[in-house]
Design a protein. Sequence first.
Length: 586
Amino acid sequence: MKQKLESLLLHAVEALKTEAVIARELNPKINIERARDQQHGDFASNLAMMLAKPAKMNPRQLAEKIVALLPADTSVTKVEIAGPGFINFFIDPNAQYQIITHIHEQGDKFGLSQVGAGKKVQVEFVSANPTGPLHVGHGRGAVYGSAVADLLTAVGFDVQREYYVNDAGRQMDILATSVWLRYLEECGEVLTFPSNGYRGDYIREIAAKLHRESNNEYRHTVDLVFEDIPADEHQGGDKERHIDALIVRAKTLLGDKQYRDVFQAGLTEILADIRHDLSDFGVDYQQWFSERQLMDDGSIDEALARLREAGHLYEKEGAIWFASSKLGDEKDRVVIRDNGQSTYFASDIAYHMNKLDRGFEQIINIWGADHHGYIPRVKAAMQALGADPEKLKVLLVQFAVLYRGGEKVQMSTRSGSFVTLRQLRSEVGQDAARFFYAMRKSEQHMDFDLKLATSKTNENPVFYVQYAHARICSVLRQLAEKELQRDIQAGEVSLDKLTEEQEINLVSSLTRYPEVLERAALQHEPHLLINYLRELAAEFHAYYNAHQFIVEDAGLRNARLNLITAVKQVLANGLNLLRINTPEVM
RNA sequence: GCGCUUGUAGCUCAGCUGGAUAGAGCAUCGGCCUUCUAAGCCGAGGGUCGCAGGUUCGACUCCUGCCAAGCGUACCA
């Protein structure tokens, strides 16, 4: 309908040109919007206001001229000029009603489109360090990322979802060492656990399992392990130096092979846990990309070689630096430390080179907001590798600040004091958790009160939408109980009987669904879809309370049933897309 | 200090990429179940859109400057 009006206005613009009202070279962008207020019709255009200046006319006069030049169309019943010069279009309700039949024909395909057809897009999200179970902070990125990916798929993009596994680096060494120390405790050794180690109970579980399967082969005496290790923080020392020394000690006492075993035991266990957790939450990936693989297969060396060839690397104070400040970053960055080890950033350069080589037209990274300072250097790296930095789109997700009854909950993976995503899912429920996370704009700081979410689950808006769906199902069950048959064709020919205010609102909302989906996808804003579903549900509930669907008049009854089953279909399509259940009974 | 994000009703948040009288939920108050599920509906109150300028037919939306909050500003990942 929008496109139709657009072509009508385009005709009028051409006519204005022939009449020399506006210059021939002028190609105004035709803006058509849905009117916010019903008094303003169904659609409105601000064309006259935009052309008023170049045409040197007052907008209302120009609007009249445009309207006069508008070709006639049967689906447009009235065109009005209002306010400062808006052109308002009133659409024939009968033309709008066709959407109901259309929805029934399309079924679960209704709303899908092909605007992204043929375009390969990658969405990388969550990518939390595998040092512990996912906590509620990761949940937001998980839902947002998967929803963005699903939306892009729905509008035709070829989407690849990926999790970048940071299975290398110091954090992982701290994890491995933590596992080992707990393992020693399992063996019967008594020790003081480092304050900077991972203290969560899951570490003990991994250690216990390793102990059961290992037969004490990784055991060393505490005296040997802690011999000459610098003091920990609570002993008046430095916790970083303490843990680093313990890592070195673990590597020397265990040797490469055994250290690797312990390291792998922790990594495998935690990664499997993360994978299951996400999968249960409706979040799946095509690929789990290993950072260590980049080191092992020479990708980092290759990426750095490419940068060196292009003249972007230099040496200073024993380290190798990437001259990112020349490409928009605020300062240069180290890629090889003075001890010869590559930095995390070097891995990331290699990782992004790899993404580019895989031929994605767009690369979407979903990061926690604390990584925002990282964006310029990655874009600089892409540019230095000869790629268009615009290919990379980084979407930031703000932290969810957790409250429990007004009290802020402090979280830290290291100390083991955090609320896991799994806990949240079981407390507030899968659907509510997904809905709640997706409900807010990603860049909005979010307050998440656990007490509120858990104690008053009935007030969660997800139930409101699901309830609309269940109610429609219930009406259909009632129909059967009253031994009435639904006659879809009889409904179709009687659609013009749908003249109530709520019916007109619903039909108008149904026609909006494909537009909402496309916008939500292209702008990476799943919350738009949520808002839409809430509005549609609200209109349905209002309708439900105002009118009876199962009425004597068979034509009206079937027309109404056609309408509400169309509503049910759209609610289901939207909820399914968000991977939220569509209960038939509540 | 500099940079990114945010600031809208008592609280939590929308606001269709510059449009017409700024909306919803919760909370408060008042109504609606012998008729398809009251996890619902109808209504009332509640606002200097952080502050001050600017851009234009028109600004919550764009620009500038302040103020406040969060985050960042590593040879950590």
